[in-house]
Structures are given as structure tokens and as C-alpha cells.
Design a protein around this ligand. Structure first.
Ligand SMILES: C[S@@+](CC[C@H](N)C(=O)[O-])C[C@H]1O[C@@H](n2cnc3c(N)ncnc32)[C@H](O)[C@@H]1O
Length: 267
């Protein structure tokens, strides 16, 4: 029994290099798609076109357009279904991802309890999950996003950011600066709230980058301001201990996923 268990553990942590390489390559390319990068559900255009074509093919097979052959009819229908499937799977994935992210986003803003007049910063804002979430809860305040659109980081692009901002009705409450988290173009104590989601594990490819990004977040925060970060659990733990050493009180909250946790500072 015990032997069996440890064997399984070893097998799990030492995946064959080829398989791991393949998974990493797929993940890397997935990060570059709108499907992955957009927090609002968006099915890529080429998948939608493929589905449209598949639907037309299926329909045509059963119209008078093709010779009256069952073989032709059913192979046309089969091929049509195959072509529609990727768009359906992508759509299901996008909607599930959005539901999960918006639930965490609501939890974050419930605990922050914004007044509405704050200056908010979202570090590595990507397609605007927290940036737009903040803007929706602001009245006279302003939400600023920074990003460097680093490749394979799953943040999308400037066009997607504004498309999502318009879709969420916050285009007039946000602003964007192309800027690096490790060296922010802002004065000390410029923001009431500093946010970040899913960005630190892309920024922190080395110890120095993590250190610099966390120091910058604390530097631009007003005394008594609040920080909220949602990321991979080990990244949250490293960030929480760094923030504590910089004198920022904090709380780590697990999410419904083992992999992710939320860090919230309390003044
Ligand atoms: C996984 S995306 C997260 C996007 C968004 N916050 C969300 O939760 O959907 C990570 C983002 O961090 C950005 N990023 C990576 N390194 C950065 C750096 N040094 N400075 C600013 N942004 C960075 C990437 O360009 C990417 O947009």
C-alpha cells in the first residue's frame, strides 16, 4: 500500500520530458490566444468561421443540393459536427473561466469595499479583469492599468483591453500606461489601492524581478492604502512574506482552487 503510494508520487513528479515539453508548448501557445487572454468570454474568430462552415456543410448535406446518397448525407453531417465542435468547446471553456474569475473578482472587491473616489492601479492588467472591476465600483475615482504585453504571458493586447473596457462600460473610467511593474513611472504614494492578478508569476521569472515588483507596489501605495493580489499560491506566499518584511500587514485567503490564493492587505 505504502509502496504503491510513493511509486505513484514519483511517477507524477517526474513526467517524461517529452510529455512535459509538449504540455509546456501547448500552454505557451494557448497564452497567446484571445480565448485564454480575455477575461470576458471570447471565441476566436477562426473557430467561429470554422463552426459556421461546418453548420453550412451539415445543413447543405440534407438539402436538395447534394445527390440523394445516404453516404454523402451522413459524412457531410459528421464532418459538419466535427467542424462545429472546437467552437463549442472553446465557448464552454471561456464561459467557465469567466464565471470563476468574476466570482473571485467580486470577492476581492467585497473585501476592499471601495468608497468610489480612489485612485486604483492594476499591475499587469492584461485584458482588464481587475482594472474594469475597480472602474465599475468607482464614481469620481480613476483606475490605471500598466502592462508591457510580454509574449506568452496571457495578457492579450491593447486592442483587447479597450474592447473589454467598452463591453463592461468602463472605457471612460480607466487609463492605460505601457509600463514595467519593476520600474513604475509613478510618484511615491500615488495610489489608494494597488491590484494585480495572474501577473506576478509571469513577472517573477527570477528572485530579483519579484523583489523589485513588490517594492514598487508598496512604494506607489499611499500610507494606509490597500493591496489585493490574486495569483498562484506559492507566489502569494512569497509576496505576503516580502510585503510583511516591508511593513505591510496582510491576510492570505485560499480560493476554491488549490492552485490559487488571494492576498489582501488590511490597513
Ligand atoms: C496572465 S496575464 C494576467 C492579466 C490580467 N491581470 C488577468 O488577470 O486576466 C499576465 C500579464 O502580466 C503582464 N506582465 C508580464 N511581465 C510584466 C512586467 N514586467 N510589467 C508589467 N506587466 C507584465 C503580461 O504582459 C500579461 O498581460
Amino acid at each position: 500500500m505504502h509502496h504503491h503510494h510513493s511509486h505513484a508520487t514519483v511517477k507524477h513528479t517526474h513526467k517524461p520530458p517529452v510529455r512535459r515539453k509538449l504540455i509546456n508548448t501547448i500552454l505557451m501557445h494557448l497564452h497567446d490566444t484571445e480565448l485564454w487572454a480575455s477575461h470576458l468570454p471570447r471565441v476566436p474568430k477562426n473557430l467561429s468561421l470554422l463552426a459556421l462552415f461546418g453548420f453550412a456543410l451539415g445543413a447543405a448535406s440534407f438539402s436538395g443540393l447534394v445527390p440523394d446518397s445516404n453516404l454523402l448525407k451522413f459524412s457531410g453531417l459528421g464532418l459538419g459536427i466535427l467542424l462545429v465542435l472546437p467552437a463549442i468547446l472553446a465557448g464552454l471553456f471561456a464561459v467557465r473561466k469567466w464565471r470563476y474569475a468574476s466570482r473571485i473578482r467580486n470577492q476581492i472587491f467585497d473585501s476592499l469595499a471601495l468608497r468610489g473616489d480612489e485612485k486604483v492601479l492594476d499591475v499587469g492588467c492584461g485584458s482588464g479583469l481587475l482594472l474594469n472591476g475597480a472602474a465599475m465600483r468607482l464614481t469620481t475615482g480613476k483606475a490605471t492599468g500598466i502592462d508591457i504585453w510580454s509574449p506568452h504571458s496571457g495578457g492579450g493586447n491593447l486592442e483587447l483591453l479597450w474592447k473589454n473596457a467598452r463591453a463592461e462600460g468602463v472605457a471612460d473610467k480607466i487609463e492605460f500606461r505601457e509600463a514595467d511593474a519593476r520600474n513604475m513611472p509613478f510618484d511615491d504614494a500615488a495610489f489608494d489601492v494597488v491590484l494585480s492578478s495572474g501577473a506576478l508569476h509571469h513577472i517573477s521569472h527570477n528572485f530579483d524581478a519579484h523583489e523589485r515588483a513588490v517594492r514598487e507596489m508598496v512604494r506607489v501605495l499611499k500610507p494606509g492604502g490597500k493591496i489585493a493580489i490574486w495569483d498562484i499560491t506559492h507566489m502569494i506566499e512569497a509576496t505576503a512574506s516580502k510585503m510583511k518584511s516591508l511593513g505591510v500587514e496582510c491576510e492570505v485567503k485560499p480560493t476554491t482552487s488549490d492552485l490559487y490564493a488571494v492576498y489582501i492587505s488590511s490597513p
